[in-house]
Ligand binder design. Sequence first.
Ligand code: NAP
Length: 257
Amino acid sequence: MATYSEPFRLDGLAAVVTGGSGGIGSAAAEALAAAGADVAVLGRNREKLERTAQAIEAAGRRALIVEADVTDESSVAAARDAVLAAFGRADILFNNAGVTSPKLLAETTLADWQSVVDVSLTGAFLCSRAFAPVMSERSYGRILNMGSILSGRGMANRTAYCAAKAGLANFGAAMAFELGKHGVTVNTIGATVIVTDLNRELIRTQPQLYDKVLQRSAIGRLGEVEDVTGLIVFLASRAASYITGQTIYVDGGYTAG
Ligand SMILES: NC(=O)c1ccc[n+]([C@@H]2O[C@H](COP(=O)([O-])OP(=O)(O)OC[C@H]3O[C@@H](n4cnc5c(N)ncnc54)[C@H](OP(=O)(O)O)[C@@H]3O)[C@@H](O)[C@H]2O)c1
């Protein structure tokens, strides 16, 4: 007899997590594995990817390390080939790789702008274009984009990041209309500040930078990676088959105020 939890399981599926070496990416990879998926982790730092791979294997699933740069078309194509050679399928893509460059507009160089847009937005485009046909072929697919509360609002010092994350959300909505009839859903996660290695030191040394986020949070604290991973697993599962084109905020209520 089917249990209520079955539609939330990912057994037999294969996931690809870009930025699988980072704070949110490695936690997401572990959570997807715990829910039953084999997971390929993609990034440039092999040592960190190996740590994530060990956690996936500790959950009893197959792990694949893919050293790749999401901004490089041929690197992404090679990554797709490596995933298919290892797993024979790719059902879930988490477009999570991202960088930031916190500068005022006047100080933002073209190189700063391009690095942020290239990784977050162009990287998601290249990866989605590479993996979507693989998903459509099997009539099941889940593309998740790692957005931000800044996918839907502005902030000083973050012009490139805001542009990239807003673009990512609407890129996702557009893809949803192309892929929905093939069983592939596309959604964006709009996260508030999530404590990772990226910002841990800054939160400790300059807590005032986070005052506004904390004041606006209904829950009254910053996010932890575990606050995001539940939604990632849910959106990747059959239980979320009728949710697509959305930006879903995981922000302790920040955008509700
Ligand atoms: N932490 C937050 O407060 C927060 C809030 C909202 C949204 N986000 C978003 O969540 C995502 C993950 O952030 P995080 O906090 O986990 O930061 P992180 O630990 O710095 O992770 C960033 C990841 O992106 C990867 N990456 C960067 N450039 C890449 C490239 N060219 N090709 C492949 N991978 C690349 C890095 O891997 P390698 O260095 O190995 O290449 C790393 O794994 C980002 O998109 C970020 O914008 C974070």
